[in-house]
Design a protein around this ligand. Structure first.
Ligand code: PMP
Length: 366
């Protein structure tokens, strides 16, 4: 029997497949090794936690509606114009605000084939048409994206590095993409994993946003800064885009504790750098160790690896096997990878635990 539905939503809404986050808990007692959501194993800066707790004294007050202290701290750290920063409840909210402001029925938005799932949901939620572009070597393909631009295109979403592949598009290619787009199209550079990138051309991205009228960069405190639970993201926008987003966002879309924790996290750059260094070392070690047991990974610039299971082995079975050992990775079928799992780089112990379990699984599969 189908459940009785209430009043109908707008056409197309019920065709949207909800975003289903990776498993975050397992039945039964005992801790889990959770390497499924690209969270930092080092946690947030203790200074951020302290600043968050101090906010307990102010819970009856609305926060600063434009997250000014956070915008000013970001502007100072990165040499930006605070008036062009818009904060959001996670970068997910910013992506949705961009879709709400620039997309409607008849409009199109392009993203690469294995791009972050929220793009498609945000596009469909606003009645526009999603246009996936094929990739080359699991990396966004500038020519394929440009070939799909039409009069109706309004937004192009590029995650760099991309989730779930971890692949990185060199900045020259981003520039070529931007140069090939007509002025009526906004290029959204989703830089959720920006801090993890060691390529020395990366900082140029923010420079390009700073000088272009149709590029937006989105960033987050959920990954390297370890504040995923607080839902804090931001965008650097051309002034006109910031003005548009400020008209439609909720008047207090970011909470006081989040603003305080974000400011304190930015002030602790050594903690952030420690997380980068940990990731750089362990990403290479884990990839090498997986390679030795026959599990190929896509070269990643982020804090996770896409692990491909060879023919004759099953990612789904590996996932169940890992659950028995209380280890959780991310299934990625809905991203178009039926025989892969995404593995977040964890602490030394977590990395060793997952490597040991996968070695056992592969030994059993041979
Ligand atoms: N973009 C990408 C590419 C991501 O992987 C994520 C997190 N899964 C986000 C944006 C959203 O992050 P948040 O909303 O936590 O800022």
């Amino acid at each position: 029997m189908t459940a009785k539905r209430g009043p109908n939503p707008r056409p197309g809404i019920l065709d949207i497949a909800p975003y289903v986050p990776g498993t975050s808990a397992l039945p039964g007692a005992g801790a889990v090794v959770k390497l499924s959501s690209n969270e930092t194993p080092l946690g947030p800066s203790p200074r951020a936690v302290e600043a968050y707790l101090e906010q307990a004294a102010h819970l009856s007050r609305y926060p600063d509606g434009s997250a000014r202290p956070l915008r000013e701290a970001l502007a100072k750290l990165y040499g930006l114009d605070a008036a062009r920063i818009v904060a959001g409840a996670g970068s997910d909210e910013i992506l949705n605000l961009l879709a709400a402001a620039y997309l409607g029925p008849g409009d199109e938005a392009i993203y690469s084939e294995h791009g972050f799932l929220v793009y498609k949901i945000a596009i469909l939620a606003h009645g526009a048409t999603p246009v996936p572009a094929p990739e080359r070597n699991l990396t966004a393909d500038v020519d394929a994206i440009l070939a799909r631009v039409t009069e109706a295109t309004r937004l192009v979403f590029i995650a760099n590095p991309n989730n779930p592949t971890g692949t990185y598009l060199p900045f020259d290619e981003i520039k070529r993409l931007h140069a090939g787009l007509p002025e009526h199209v906004i290029l959204v550079l989703d830089a959720a994993y920006a801090e993890y990138v060691r390529a020395n051309d990366y900082e140029a991205g923010i420079e390009m946003v700073a000088t272009s009228e149709n590029t937006v960069m989105t960033r987050t405190f959920s990954k390297i800064y370890g504040l995923a639970a607080l839902r804090l993201g931001w965008a650097y926008c051309p002034s006109a885009v910031a003005d548009v987003l400020n008209r439609i966002r909720g008047p207090f879309n970011v909470t006081g504790p989040s603003i305080a924790a974000g400011v304190a996290a930015l002030a602790d750059q050594p903690h952030m750098e420690q997380a980068v260094a940990h990731n750089t070392v362990w990403r290479a070690r884990v990839a090498e160790a997986l390679d030795r047991i026959g599990l190929h990974t896509t070269p990643s610039a982020a804090n996770f690896l896409l692990v491909h299971f060879p023919d004759g082995t099953s990612a789904r079975e590996a996932d169940a096997f890992l659950h028995q050992r209380r280890i959780i990775l991310r299934r990625v079928e809905e991203y178009g990878f039926p025989n892969a799992l995404r593995l977040t780089i964890g602490t030394e112990d977590e990395n060793n635990a997952v490597l040991e379990a996968l070695t056992e699984f592969m030994d059993g599969a041979r």
